[in-house]
Write a protein that binds this ligand. Structure first.
Ligand SMILES: Nc1ncnc2c1ncn2[C@@H]1O[C@H](COP(=O)(O)OP(=O)(O)OP(=O)(O)O)[C@@H](O)[C@H]1O
Length: 415
């Protein structure tokens, strides 16, 4: 690691601390992730055999792992450097992103995701913090290191924010598919429009509750093996009907709302795949020219790129089917034919929501969760994700009605 001079800390994640660093030999700026746990033997790194999968997934919208170094029982990942993450971008944003900006960002993320899914992996922890941005280039990062390199399950449940977690994961369904990533993309897309998380749950139950409050109660047959239905049935009181997403995201076009509705379908089978999403009319605006898959940060053609310099020869582990890599866990059959383009959702009639009976009193305005002001650019920090409240102890949040733009006006009524 003498080759690298650490410049400053970029982020302190669950399993590692990330630094901006410079390569003393070629002056290249990189991101060095120093893992928090020790690695005393190479054998301990056996889970990293799937690093070869990331190598296979070389794509302009997937963060490039350049090198892995183990030194003095410490493990370092050397990544290409990115300026910031989408969370920071949204937090500092004074005005909403334009639809064209959102289209550009989403196109890239979906292309990276389509590549990942096509290769038989899914991310499972997509969220704005894991989408890294430099200028107008966005890349998917943090392939679940926490999940794979952590020692104590159910670690992941507590380390990653639940706001982007698909209902089937919350319901502890035994079968996950890449559709969980599509749900997260839907939630991120909604947030790009409003700069507020659409489902800012305080606990797993509250997360389900917030989803119910916007999407309405699910069709229970979709989750045959979910083991905490009873709780959810209590939460998703039959009176809860879907709200109109256009009311929640007033600055989104019909196409955008429709795509969010499809991505955030209760039923994983109704969510479009990444490839299908890219075919959605939202991306088919006559005046809009799609970005080529060209990464100015990676100008070399694919075949000339050097392979990551791994001081541990990770590529030569056995050829067992990949079941994990740095948390690119739950390998799936890339033939995700079961995932079909879902029908247009939305159009739900706006009805009373039982925890906010005066909802209909509001004119056609946007509806936001005001609980602890979770807006990216709000003053109050998000709720500690480790907080786990029982449902009975939750004070249901009032619904806030924002002014135009991103400012948030809180509804003060208590329920
Ligand atoms: N390649 C990079 N370039 C610039 N910043 C980065 C890079 N990789 C990570 N970061 C910054 O460091 C933060 C933490 O990184 P990362 O998410 O990989 O760590 P982690 O320990 O897995 O965190 P988490 O708790 O989210 O799982 C990121 O949110 C990002 O802001």
């Amino acid at each position: 690691m003498d080759r690298y001079k650490l410049l400053k800390e970029l982020g302190d994640g669950t399993c590692g601390t990330v630094y901006k660093a410079v390569n003393r030999e070629n002056y290249e700026i990189v991101a060095v992730k120093k893992m928090k746990r020790k690695f005393y033997f190479w054998e301990e790194c056996v889970n990293l055999r799937e690093v070869k999968s990331l190598r296979r997934m070389s794509h302009p919208n997937i963060i490039k792992l350049k090198e892995v170094v183990r030194e003095n029982n410490e493990l370092f990942f050397i990544f290409e450097y990115m300026e910031c993450n989408l969370y920071h971008l949204m937090k500092e944003r004074q005005r909403p992103f334009s639809e064209e900006e959102i289209r550009n960002l989403l196109t890239q993320v979906l292309q990276g995701l389509a590549h990942m899914h096509w290769n038989g992996y899914f991310h499972r922890d997509l969220k704005p913090e894991n989408l890294l941005v430099t200028n107008d280039v966005i890349k998917i990062a943090d392939f679940g290191l926490a999940r794979e390199l952590s020692s104590m399950p159910p670690y992941t449940d507590y380390v990653s924010t639940r706001w982007y977690r698909a209902p089937e994961v919350l319901l502890k369904s035994s079968t996950y598919t890449p559709a969980i990533d599509m749900w997260a993309i839907g939630a991120v897309m909604a947030e790009l429009f409003t700069l507020c998380p659409i489902f800012p749950g305080e606990s797993e139950i509250d997360q389900l509750y917030k989803i119910c409050s916007i999407l309405g109660a699910p069709n229970w047959s979709v989750f045959p093996d979910a083991n905490n239905h009873a709780q959810l049935v209590n939460i998703c009181h039959s009176q809860i009907l879907p709200v109109n997403l256009s009311d929640i995201i007033p600055n989104a076009s019909w196409e955008a709302v429709d795509l969010i509705s499809q991505l955030c379908s209760w039923d994983p089978l109704k969510r479009p795949t990444a490839e299908q999403a890219l075919q959605h009319p939202f991306f088919n605006v006559a005046s809009w020219v799609p970005r080529p898959i060209h990464d100015p940060l990676q100008s070399k053609p694919e075949y000339t790129k050097t392979k990551p310099n791994l001081e541990l020869n990770l590529w030569d582990f056995d050829s067992k089917p990949d079941d994990c890599f740095l948390g690119l866990s739950l390998a799936v059959n890339p033939g995700v034919s079961a995932l079909e383009m879902g029908p247009s959702v939305s159009g739900g009639t706006r009805q009373d929501i039982y925890f906010c009976s005066n909802f209909q009193d509001h004119p056609e305005q946007s509806v936001f969760w005001s609980l602890f002001s979770p807006c990216r650019n709000g003053a109050t920090p998000p709720v500690d994700p480790s907080l786990s409240l029982s449902f009975s102890s939750i004070t249901h949040p009032p619904i806030g009605v924002p002014h135009s733009g991103s400012a948030l006006q809180l509804c003060s009524q208590e329920y």
